[in-house]
Write a protein that binds this ligand. Structure first.
Ligand code: PAP
Length: 356
């Protein structure tokens, strides 16, 4: 058994990444208050407390979901796992994946398309929020199970990361990241929406979510320290980047900004990776454009299901749709904050070939 639980937030080296890839998960861990209290603990941004496990920081719910996943998840052929750091475009990519993989059954222009009735988070559940007993039952009417999560690659069970003997892979991983300053800005706003919402609803803080607003300065400090969910964000991104270079058939590395600037090209790239390229007939009937339109910010954010209610107790669905712009970080951060994030990003990614 090998743990990397005391990994230092700003110290991911090439060697540690290689080590992490061989990390064995402790099958005997039992999620409990006692076990939590054995882990390093720190303030989070969206959570009151986060806990460090295998080198990354998690809220209580995500940690419970992770342990369940490590111990009970068994992949099936055609499964897809979407991984993101929080606020990198998860909701958007969930919608795209759902529309793409179900396009035969549900035409994107269908007025009763599931994406017009349910939030992307209901159709593509977070692994963090899914009980082992639901791994199959949530997908009874579907051949493809699509899950989302914020788990670092080193934390995924081998059943997900390893390939079959013949080199084929039974679960594909789509990794989406976003400009770090924009991700932070989005996270900061989201954290304060949660605070708002919880106070309004007098919601019991059962999910461990923040119960009061956080200042820009404090959120920034915690983000740089890396004690937010799936933080340090740079380490999560870097590990998936390296894996995508080593195993391009297993991990597809995507960027929010590219999805914005060239949605059609990125959608085709995604479809090819998933083994579901658009046929000439589909191209002719402009299926790519129809999926892009259905999943666009303008279309999704206006739907009643996304602008009212809450799929997660105490968190309004509308808080997943702020404005979906590129470059917001430069508007909200002071020049010093922006420069600091740029510097950390540059230092962390140096030599990796990755630029964000
Ligand atoms: P999550 O990781 O907690 O699920 P996530 O969906 O990644 O959250 O973050 C929401 C962000 O994605 C918001 O960004 P913003 O705060 O900068 O506005 C949200 O607006 C954006 N977003 C949601 N849906 C879309 C979409 N269809 N197109 C573009 N951006 C979107």
């Amino acid at each position: 058994m090998h743990y990397i639980s005391h990994f230092f937030a700003f110290n991911v080296t090439q060697q540690s990444i290689m080590e992490a890839k061989t990390t064995e998960h402790d099958e005997t861990v039992v999620y409990s208050e006692e076990w939590l209290s054995s882990l390093p603990k720190a303030k989070g941004i969206t959570e009151d407390n986060t806990y460090q496990y295998q080198g990354f920081w998690f809220g209580t719910i995500s940690l419970q979901g992770l342990i369940d996943c490590q111990q009970h998840f068994r992949p099936r052929q055609n499964d897809v796992l979407l991984v993101t750091a929080p606020k990198s475009g998860t909701t958007w990519m969930k919608a795209i994946l759902y529309a793409l993989l179900h396009r035969q059954k549900y035409h994107p222009q269908d007025a009763h398309h599931p994406l017009r009735q349910k939030t992307p988070h209901q159709l593509v559940p977070f692994m963090e929020l899914t009980k082992p007993s639901e791994y199959d039952s949530l997908f009874l009417d579907s051949t493809s199970r699509i899950f989302g999560c914020h788990f670092p690659i080193r934390c995924l069970p081998k059943s997900i990361t390893e390939e079959d003997d013949d080199g084929s892979t039974n679960i594909k991983i789509v990794y989406l990241c976003r400009d770090i300053k924009d991700t932070f800005t989005s996270l900061f706003h989201f954290a304060n929406k949660i605070g708002d919402c919880l106070t309004r609803l007098h919601y019991e803080p059962a999910l461990g979510l923040r119960s009061s607003p956080v200042s820009l300065e404090e959120a920034f400090h915690l983000f740089c320290k890396g004690t937010n969910v799936a933080g340090p964000i740079w380490d999560q991104i870097l590990e998936y980047w390296k894996e995508s270079l080593e195993r391009p058939n297993k991990v597809l590395f995507m960027r929010y900004e590219e999805l914005k600037s060239e949605p059609h090209a990125q959608l085709r790239r995604l479809a090819r990776f998933l083994g579901r390229p658009f046929s000439p007939e589909e191209e002719l009937m402009e299926m790519v454009d129809q999926i892009t339109s259905l999943c666009s910010f303008g279309s999704m954010s206006k739907l009643q299901v996304n602008s009212t209610g809450h799929f997660l107790p105490g968190v309004s669905n509308s808080s997943y749709f702020r404005n979906g712009q590129v470059g917001e970080g430069n508007k909200w951060l002071t020049p010093e904050m922006a420069a600091k994030l740029d510097q950390i990003t540059q230092d962390k990614f140096r030599g990796s070939g990755l630029k964000l």
